[in-house]
Design a protein around this ligand. Structure first.
Ligand SMILES: Cc1cc2nc3c(=O)[nH]c(=O)nc-3n(C[C@H](O)[C@H](O)[C@H](O)COP(=O)(O)OP(=O)(O)OC[C@H]3O[C@@H](n4cnc5c(N)ncnc54)[C@H](O)[C@@H]3O)c2cc1C
Length: 430
């Protein structure tokens, strides 16, 4: 049987999205005799989103956190890869439309993740940078580096504007990014750009609510704020961005921050392919599922991870959009597919929250454990954060390269501010 071709006795599972959820599902069902799997993604690689900010800040290269899908499944007998964009789903005929043709399924799993939410502000969307893909992380890195180059030859007033960085959204992404920009400002930049006065460089972190890391404990939130302030970040809570025209950020209290560089980390929404019944799409633009991950109103369509909304007693608004949730959901669905093959009853999803963490910079991280309920911070929390992320990476080669990069950065306090691709500073989407 040619690899991945559906044998008559095999059921064909089509998975859209090779993120944390889709990839885990395909890997768990790899070589299962009852299922032929087609894994579709618009990229030919899996991207490790938690380390995007390190690519954006020139601490890691994009290839260090990207894993070629064909390489992962090169020995697989039942998983085939299709690199294409899914444009529509027709539930009635069990068909997925892609840019390279239609694919028929017996079971469909939608694991298309989330995308940046600009809350309908099209002008803002045109001007700000977001960080939901490796491509966008590279855009941020290149724009930042280009701004330093431009600042070298600019006049005084322009220099200040070019050196101002505004990050909107005080969740883990905003906190990690602003901490990393501040470390770059304190450690690498004064050596590489002796012509520039980095006392003039301002880093703002704007958050709409009254605390950073709103999903974490008050103690962790306060500590993260203190860490950032010590690094030189101006943290502004209860602050909403009204408009941004590419030059000035207008805040709700009518004050203005002049900058040509705004990173938007203020919200996400589910990334839903066309064809899903709008009655079962939530306000957060997620697909509503039952506890078996089935899309409401369908029999053989499932949704996992960031794109799925599964309500439960503990999480009435759905589970948090985290890699751990996406992975646990796909493990449960994979187990149910295996049980189905053995005519066993299916098991509902049960999420065990182990806690949450965020890092701010070298030796600075905050952690909340779920059981026992304790919060801690500092070097130990940072070490755990690093170790966890290292082990979540796929492939020994990438772990080794990332580990060497981190050791180098830890002892030298320097990163490699290269390469600079000016073409990537133009804001365009992948
Ligand atoms: C900057 C950042 C930092 C984060 N840090 C953490 C962290 O520290 N810890 C943590 O637990 N979580 C973190 N998260 C959240 C975590 O990455 C997500 O919860 C997780 O990726 C969700 O997995 P998923 O499989 O649902 O979606 P994703 O991982 O987003 O995967 C979706 C996949 O679908 C593909 N796709 C989408 N649409 C289509 C289409 N139409 N056709 C074909 N393919 C398509 C995409 O290319 C992508 O590969 C972070 C997220 C970001 C953005």
């Amino acid at each position: 049987m040619p690899k991945g071709d559906a044998h008559s006795s095999m059921k064909h599972i089509v998975i859209i999205g090779a993120g944390f959820a889709g990839l885990k599902l395909a890997r768990t069902l790899n070589n299962h005799p009852n299922y032929a799997i087609t894994l579709i993604d618009k990229n030919n690689y899996h991207q490790f989103q938690p380390l995007f900010y390190q690519v954006a800040m020139a601490n890691l290269d994009a290839s260090n956190i990207s894993f070629p899908l064909r390489n992962i499944f090169e020995k697989s007998k039942n998983v085939r890869i299709r690199v294409t964009n899914v444009t529509n789903i027709t539930v009635k005929t069990n068909e997925v439309a892609t840019l390279s043709g239609n694919i028929h399924y017996d079971y469909l799993v939608i694991a298309t993740g989330a995308t940046t939410n600009y809350f309908g502000n099209a002008v803002l969307e045109q001007q700000v940078f977001s960080m939901k893909s490796t491509f966008e992380a590279l855009q941020i890195r290149n724009t930042l580096l280009q701004h330093f180059e431009d600042a070298v030859t600019a006049n005084n007033a322009k220099t200040k504007i070019l050196l101002s960085v505004v990050i909107v959204g005080g969740g883990p992404t905003g906190v990690e990014l602003s901490g990393a920009v501040a470390e770059m400002k304190n450690d690498s930049l004064p050596f590489e750009y002796p012509e520039l006065n980095f006392a003039e460089m301002k880093i703002y972190l704007l958050e709409g609510t009254s605390k950073l890391l709103s999903a974490m404990s008050d103690a962790s939130s306060r500590k993260a704020k203190a860490y950032l302030q010590n690094l030189g970040v101006t943290v502004m809570l209860n602050t909403f961005v009204k408009e941004y025209d590419g030059k000035q950020v207008l805040l709700q209290d009518a004050s203005i921050i002049e900058t040509t560089f705004v990173i938007w980390a203020a919200g996400v929404k589910g990334n839903i392919p066309q064809g899903i019944n709008p009655n079962f799409i939530s306000k957060s633009n997620q697909i509503q599922t039952d506890v078996l991950h089935g899309v409401i109103g369908t029999e053989n369509v499932f949704a996992l991870g960031d794109v799925a909304l599964m309500e439960s007693q503990l999480y009435p608004k759905g589970y948090p959009q985290l890699a751990s949730v996406a992975i646990d959901q796909s493990k449960n669905l994979a187990n149910n597919f295996i049980r189905l093959a053995h005519n066993k009853s299916l098991l509902p999803f049960n999420y065990i929250n182990k806690g949450s963490m965020a890092t701010v910079g070298r030796n600075k991280a905050v952690a909340d454990l779920a059981k026992p309920r304790v919060s801690f911070h500092g070097f130990f929390a940072w070490l755990i954060w690093m170790t966890l992320h290292l082990f979540l990476l796929i492939s020994f080669k990438n772990r080794l390269i990332v580990f060497i990069n981190w050791i180098y950065k830890y002892f030298t306090h320097r990163q490699s501010l290269a390469p600079l691709f000016p073409a990537l500073t133009v804001k365009s989407k992948t």
